[in-house]
Design a protein around this ligand. Sequence first.
Ligand code: ZN
Length: 332
Amino acid sequence: MKKILYPLALVSVVFLVSCKQTKSSNNQLTMNIEEVVEKNENKEAVIDSVMVKKHLYTLASDEMEGRKPGTEGMEKATQYIENEYKRIGLKTFDTLTTYRQNFEYKGIKMSNIIGLLEGKSKKDEFIIVSAHHDHLGMKEDGEGDRIFNGANDDASGVTGVLSLAEYYAKKGVNERSILFVCFTAEEMGLVGSEYFGKGIDADKFVAGINLELIGKEPKTGPKTAWLTGFDKSDFGRIIQKNLEGSGYQLFPDPYPKFQLFLRSDNASLARLGVPSHTFSTTPIDIDTDYHKVTDEAETLNMTVLTETVKAVARGTQSIIEGKDTPTRVKME
Ligand SMILES: [Zn+2]
């Protein structure tokens, strides 16, 4: 689809330009080209289900060896994400000269992977779209499958980050800057996101959109997701408002006892006051693949994953456009 769409878009630009050329001044001509290009950009800004599947199956493949920090498999996953950021056209953040924010933890060299889509008018107001690319690695011994592929946890979330990066880069409506961040060592205790949090001015961070386990149908039913820490800010209500009429619904986290608001990378930013929440869809109370070697790409529902990423795109748009600003989080 994409390969066909793109040349068609170019042809229509050339066609319209040649039509206008006879009667327009140069200034008008430039304007018309921009309008048409913008229109085509908007047309192409879709969450592409083929691309969603490609990201998921690549990141959760055996080749990535369970994406444990410091391993060759993790290096492969990192390079895949970096290449996608580059293809999409993301910039590096702040003083970094590459997408990697390198640091060492317990003697292991690791990196968050950060890509920037600069805001059109509010460059200094940041929204972070995140997921963790690390997982548990491999069992040291034993028969059969030894790889913790972490398809749902959290290749599904990273798939969301990459898909949203491409979507927003093409859509071009982000008045605010968006940072796309794949956090490392979440499974070791939110290590990557805590490191990231120490290096930022939290007041400049308007919202945090974290994605975890978004590949299975939740107990709230099809075309729904739930949000952790729903009552900690009005972020969730903004999303609900934006999803009205879409057929997709967002609910508060149905597992308050599990304290999920504190158990993913959103917490590292929420502790700094940022309205930073995690979207999830998985029935985590009964999910038999959670932190097991059976967390494979084949166990995920691609429709749930794609529809959820689309809903996050629609639900967060007014924040990205700078029209809505969620209230700050106060931790007790
Ligand atoms: Zn996770």
